[in-house]
Write a new protein. Structure first.
Length: 310
């Protein structure tokens, strides 16, 4: 039994260790640590979205709401309570999980209804935070400033740890009985419930885990950036990127979101900033091609040849 558990665990441990090593050494050969930090952020978000959509079938268009909640929870802890950094960072996932609990009834919906309702919820969060009448609390549309805790090196190291931890969680979902139960629920929730699988509880656990990942990513983003506005952390582009990155690589796997986020974010920075018109065209072609020929992501190129993708 122990040997079997270790054989299932080592691919996740190895992947997490390699990712941590790559991003730890990358600044030695590439000086733009801000780009590397954002690439890690989107790997985390794509993986966090994968935990929900890849294993339960729930596609959260408003996933950015958890990210923004984590960022603002950390910011408010610093600005209003003068909390230490560790407490501020911890408040990010806790706040996002609290929001996820409040939005738990959305899990009764399915398909496009869930996606749209989740998107509406994220917009409500944005309008509350950016409300000028709440400027004394949230900073309103004027944003927040966390120069007291600004520490790009420390926040970069913390994001490396989060990338590794998120990879390990995805590996657990991939190979554990819990993840197998989630897959069974996604395929046929009625049969899963008749097989004594606690559908509601497991679905809620996946929902909370996914929210916590985004919330902690948002808190670390706030720590690294130190100055940001509601539009930055509640931008729908963040949700779109996370969804596209995860789908491009392949959901329901560990490597898929990592490959998708790494390749597409690198492509975005190569041509998307200097020539956005060409980037939008290339992105559009990639998405259309993905839907038509590779609906299960680029990892399906391997699975079609009988290669088991981790």
């Amino acid at each position: 039994m122990l040997k079997s558990n270790l054989s299932r665990a080592w691919p996740g441990i190895l992947t997490a260790a390699l990712l941590a090593l790559v991003f730890a050494l990358a600044p030695m050969g590439y000086g733009n640590t801000s780009l590397l930090f954002m690439m890690m952020t989107f790997i985390v978000l794509a993986q966090g979205l994968n935990l929900l959509y890849g294993f339960t079938g729930y596609l959260p268009f408003g996933y950015v709401g958890f990210f923004g909640t984590g960022a603002y929870a950390a910011a408010l802890m610093v600005m209003k309570l003068h909390a230490p950094v560790w407490a501020a960072m911890l408040s990010g996932p806790l706040a996002s999980m609290a929001v996820a609990l409040i939005l738990g009834p959305l899990l009764r919906l399915s398909g496009a209804y869930f996606s749209i309702a989740n998107l509406a919820a994220s917009q409500i969060l944005f309008f509350v935070v950016s409300n000028p009448h709440l400027a004394d609390i949230t900073g309103g549309p004027y944003g927040v400033k966390l120069d007291r805790i600004f520490a790009p090196t420390a926040s970069y190291a913390a994001m490396i740890v989060l990338v590794a931890l998120t990879t390990l969680v995805a590996a657990y979902f991939r190979h554990s009985r819990f993840g197998q139960g989630l897959r069974a629920m996604a395929d046929d929730p009625v049969s899963a419930e008749m097989s004594a699988i606690p559908v509601v509880r497991m679905r809620l656990m996946a929902w909370l885990t996914s929210a916590a990942v985004a919330g902690l990513a948002g808190a670390l983003y706030a720590w690294n950036l130190s100055v940001f506005y509601p539009d930055a952390v509640f931008s729908l582009q963040i949700s779109v990127f996370a969804i596209v990155f995860a789908l491009f690589g392949g959901v329901g796997t560990v490597l898929g979101p990592i490959i998708g986020a790494g390749l597409l974010y690198a492509l975005y920075n190569a041509i998307g900033i200097s020539a956005p018109q060409y980037f939008q065209l290339i992105y559009g072609v990639l998405i259309v091609g993905l839907v038509m020929f590779l609906p299960e992501g680029i990892v399906s190129l391997l699975t079609r040849r009988g290669i088991n993708v981790f």
